[in-house]
Design a binder for this molecule. Structure first.
Ligand code: ADP
Ligand code: ASP
Ligand code: MG
Length: 429
């Protein structure tokens, strides 16, 4: 089914049809890296899937690579060369998920449950050709339907697809979430469950603040901000996709049966909370171009060159001009750590035409953010955040805001302590 501009799913997916013995549903489940991290965990996933199937449901199960496998593959490639071909990176990275689909299918067979594994390409996931962060163009899930109709549980490799020309692509780190949400939309699933190693979405990373609270529900916009600001529990592009196609999903644990967090459209009552969560992104790096001529078109050339290299730029700060006659300025911007080398190369390539003095780069920064739809109707939130950081002696390097978030760039070494301070002030624990 093509994924176009029309919402594929107009009815709520959750909790309108909670699974139960009398209510046969098509369920998309996704299990992340730690949920399939060893043979015992894979057997545990198979047991949960088998239980849903025994209740009469049809299941499409998306799995990630076993925990550490994707990182291990990236490390291997970097040992060969620092900037490997992105096409070959995708060929390499896709093997992680391919291992898990086969093992998960075998674990179901061991329980006597018919199951068939499928790579992203076999599942009909067609993407553009932007290797290592491809976008899904459309999904033709005919083969998934065929396998389901034969009575199988279908196990799909997350994080991967193929171009119309048949090149293997991957969907960006954490991309198995996107595979699950996109399949839920394309299959018009009744339920989409994202199983992970925490009970749901918390007010902040529970590894940093053990007293963080589990959210019963969170709006797409808040989840999107939290995810893109570093709460790695969901890949941000997957949340964007869910919002676009109205896929309601639940984030829950693969290790227990506790109810998780429902992610859905905003409701009136959500506005009462000013700060829903605190996020820390340690995956950021900063480039500063020093003494760039201050004339029209300079920023345009810098950011066009970065965009042409498919590098996503996040925050940008340009200082006031200094020097008379031929004024110059400094431009700083942030990118993902993984793109830092590439970004440096692009900027160095502009040196001759732009004539700046030098470019510096650091990955010793972190982005710290507070998020909440309630900020739209409450003032003074940013001031309170800055005041809290000042009291802790934390210097703010860059600032950016939207109507539902405030983000600052700070020294990475102080990131976790700053999360704890902000959580105490805004959430209360
Ligand atoms: P998976 O392998 O299942 O995709 P991830 O490791 O990608 O899981 O994401 C789950 C992790 O996200 C948790 O272990 C937790 O440490 C981290 N995390 C960060 N922020 C949050 C948050 N606000 N709520 C829940 N988990 C969070
Ligand atoms: N294995 C991929 C990663 O580690 C995709 C995912 O787990 O969602 O980023
Ligand atoms: Mg993940």
């Amino acid at each position: 089914m093509p994924i176009g501009s029309q919402p594929l799913v107009s009815r709520p997916l959750f909790p309108a049809r909670r699974p139960g013995a009398h209510n046969m549903a098509l369920i998309v489940q996704k299990y992340g890296g730690s949920s399939v991290g060893n043979p015992e965990r894979i057997k545990n996933v198979a047991a949960r899937v088998a239980k849903y199937r025994a209740d009469g449901h049809r299941l499409v199960v998306v799995v990630s690579a076993m925990s550490g496998v994707t990182d291990g593959l990236i490390k291997l490639a970097k040992e060969i060369m620092p900037l490997p071909s992105e096409r070959e990176m995708d060929v390499l990275l896709a093997t992680g998920e391919q291992t898990t689909i086969a093992l998960t299918a075998m674990a179901l067979h061991a329980l006597g449950v018919p199951a068939a594994s499928m790579t992203g390409a076999q599942a009909g996931i067609v993407t553009d050709g932007v290797h290592t962060k491809a976008k899904i163009h459309n999904i033709t899930p005919k083969k998934i339907h065929d396998r389901l109709n034969e009575g199988n549980v279908v196990i799909v490799a997350g994080f991967q697809g193929e171009t119309p020309d048949g090149a293997i692509t991957t969907l960006g780190r954490g991309g198995s979430d996107l595979t699950a949400i996109a399949l839920a939309a394309a299959l018009e699933a009744d339920l989409c469950q994202i199983y992970t190693d925490v009970d749901g979405v918390y007010t902040t990373d529970p590894r940093i603040v053990p007293t963080a609270k589990k959210l019963t529900e969170v709006s797409y916009d808040e989840m999107l901000e939290l995810a893109s600001l570093g709460a790695k529990v969901m890949q941000s592009r997957s949340v964007e996709f869910a919002k676009k196609f109205g896929v309601i999903f639940e984030v829950r644990s693969s290790l227990n049966d506790n109810p998780g967090t429902i992610v859905k459209e905003e409701s009136k009552s959500m506005e009462a909370v000013v700060v829903r969560g605190v996020a820390l992104d340690k995956n950021q790096a900063k480039v500063t171009i020093i003494a760039v001529p201050d004339r029209p078109g300079v920023s345009a050339s810098v950011f066009k060159a970065l965009a042409d290299a498919a590098i996503n730029v996040d925050m940008i700060v340009q200082n006031v001009s200094h020097g008379s006659g031929k004024p110059t300025t400094d431009i700083s911007f942030t990118v993902e750590k993984a793109d830092l080398l590439k970004a440096q190369k692009v900027i160095e390539g502009l040196k001759a035409t732009l004539g700046f003095s030098q470019a510096t780069a650091t990955d010793g920064i972190a982005k710290l953010s507070i998020v909440g739809v309630g900020m739209r109707s409450h003032s003074g939130v940013a001031a309170r955040m800055f005041d809290t950081l000042a009291k802790d002696g934390i210097n703010i390097d860059m600032i950016s805001t939207s109507e539902i978030k405030v983000s600052v760039v700070i020294d990475a070494a102080k990131g976790e302590a700053a999360v704890r301070s902000l959580h105490k002030i805004f959430i209360g624990t």
